[in-house]
Design a protein around this ligand. Structure first.
Ligand code: NI
Length: 180
């Protein structure tokens, strides 16, 4: 089922989400299915459970088809399709880099956000199997963005240079047919 995606200004996006208590709960599988359906319908690169009003530490991101290029991020490196539950992130070094971000909860806008260049992230998937990856580039950016949602942080809260924050169709006319 496709859910409504909460938009910036909704206080539920500012909540600290709770750890997922029970991986075996049948409603968890339904939640994940609904999140993928909702993310794909919106052509997103990732989605966090609180964006559909569920305050749990669960994010999804990436694409099942490595050849697929996300319409909103056509130049991005491929990111494996991932269900990440109860994640923990640590930077591998202090190095930061700037990059453009958008968010399905902030439709129509993009901004440049500083993120750690290289991170290690850990968590479990829906079957409880551990995930432990060291990643960089767009993959690292997506994970940091999505996990921020679990702590009530939206990317505009991390923008430092508001001269590089604006409407997607003005900044990137070539992306004008994407639906945010
Ligand atoms: Ni977002």
């Amino acid at each position: 089922m496709i859910h409504e995606i909460l938009r910036m200004g909704d206080p539920r996006l500012l909540q600290i989400s709770q750890p997922v208590p029970d991986l075996a709960a049948p409603e968890l599988k339904t939640l994940v299915d609904d999140m993928f359906e909702t993310m794909h319908a919106a052509s997103g690169a990732g989605l966090a459970a609180p964006q559909i009003g569920v305050p749990l530490r669960l994010v999804i991101f990436g694409y099942s088809d490595p050849e697929a290029r996300n319409a909103r991020y056509p130049d991005a490196d491929p990111v494996p399709q991932t269900i990440l539950i109860n994640p923990a992130i640590e930077p591998v070094s202090d190095e930061m880099e700037e990059g453009w971000e958008g968010c399905l909860s902030v439709p129509g806008l993009r901004g440049v956000v500083p993120r750690y260049s290289r991170i290690r992230y850990r968590g479990v998937d829906l079957q409880g199997r551990p995930i432990d990856r060291i990643v960089d580039g767009f993959h690292a950016r997506v994970v940091q963005h999505e996990c921020d949602h679990l702590d009530g942080i939206l990317y505009p809260m991390r923008v430092r240079d508001f001269s590089r924050f604006g409407y997607t169709d003005i900044l990137f006319p070539e992306l004008a047919d994407s639906d945010d």
